[in-house]
Write a protein of this length. Structure first.
Length: 159
């Protein structure tokens, strides 16, 4: 018997809450009778009347709040736009810098390759002078040219 009371004491408040929640969920409706009498009800319309429409019971939005919300939305949109623009500019700059770096590196490789070819020619000329009879002037000139080409190659091929 004690258990039965305990169950009833738990179930009864839940049933009341459920009924109240249903009534709240239905909202308020305007009921009119055939002779034009108007009744408002949050349950079913009384006998002899019919539901005409639901009544909006939500509080109105204040004009100041609405205006502030619109301003916040505009400000947020402007911030997003500025952020997107800055990101695009940074990306464009990074792409431009990468292309410029690539050009500079290509020119550096080209200069190094040219200097290596000239050094190889100078070495070849110097080696051919050692294999055949040459004057001291020719040998000194070839030594000087080889030294100059070696310096140029080091200068052109180091970062």
């Amino acid at each position: 018997m004690h258990r039965h009371r305990l169950r009833l004491s738990c179930i009864l408040p839940l049933a009341c809450l459920l009924g109240a929640a249903t009534a709240i969920a239905q909202g308020v409706q305007r009921c009119e009778s055939a002779d034009g009498k108007v009744t408002y009800s949050n349950t079913q319309c009384p006998e002899g009347t019919s539901a005409v429409r639901k009544v909006n019971t939500s509080p109105p939005v204040a004009v100041d709040e609405q205006k502030a919300a619109k301003e916040r939305a505009k400000r947020d949109a402007a911030e997003v736009k500025a952020s997107d623009k800055a990101r695009e500019q940074a990306q464009t700059k990074a792409e431009r810098d990468a292309a410029e770096t690539k050009k500079v590196q290509a020119k550096q490789r080209e200069r190094c390759d040219r200097a290596q070819r000239e050094l190889e020619r100078a070495r070849s000329s110097h080696a051919s002078l050692e294999q055949r009879p040459a004057t001291v002037e020719q040998t000194q000139k070839a030594d000087k040219e080889l030294g100059r080409r070696e310096e140029e190659a080091v200068k052109a091929c180091t970062g």
